[in-house]
Design a protein around this ligand. Structure first.
Ligand code: COA
Length: 135
């Protein structure tokens, strides 16, 4: 059962501007593994932007209330050998996902020179998975 859906799109120039202000922003938002991957690419800002979009999409999927309490580095975008991305959750973000009975997080990323996007789907395989309590 799908218990969450989120998407986000980001202008790459905005990410370039944030990254240009020094390593503080980068290190506050991205994990060491994410940084290693992005810095190894020809245009790092594209990949940072896609990962930022993935973190935002995840927060939307979880139904996180605005940005309050958001811990950026607890949502980590890693890569399989094929290049396919996956999300690993840590700390309180993992706990929030557990409370929503999330068993699997699906993510897909895309970027052009101008825009980066990400979509996240949360799946629960538990009978008791409450997902969103609607109506
Ligand atoms: C994987 C593929 C679909 C990516 O598409 P793209 O248009 O090059 O790039 P996009 O901007 O849409 O997506 C890039 C993201 O795709 C994701 N990706 C890469 N390989 C992937 C895979 N095997 N499975 C799922 N996602 C993948 C990555 O997250 C990547 O972003 P990242 O480098 O920041 O992690 C493409 O490279 C590919 O292999 N296509 C196969 C078909 C083909 O060769 N078409 C060309 C001739 S028509």
């Amino acid at each position: 059962m799908i218990v969450g859906l989120g998407t986000d799109v980001l202008e790459v120039v905005r990410m370039e501007a944030e990254l240009g202000d020094g390593a503080g922003f980068r290190d506050a938002i991205f994990t060491p593994a994410e940084i290693v991957y992005c810095e190894g690419m020809r245009y790092p800002a594209l990949h940072y932007a896609a990962r930022f979009a993935a973190k935002e999409a995840l927060f939307k999927a979880l139904g996180a209330d605005g940005h309050a309490g958001m811990r950026w580095r607890e949502t980590e975008v890693l890569r399989e050998e094929s290049g396919r991305p996956h999300i690993v959750l840590h700390g309180s973000t993992r706990e929030l996902a557990d409370r929503l009975a999330v068993d699997e997080v699906f993510v897909t990323l895309a970027h052009t020179a101008e825009l980066a996007s990400a979509t996240v789907v949360l799946e629960s395989r538990r009978e008791s998975g409450r997902g969103r309590q609607r109506g």
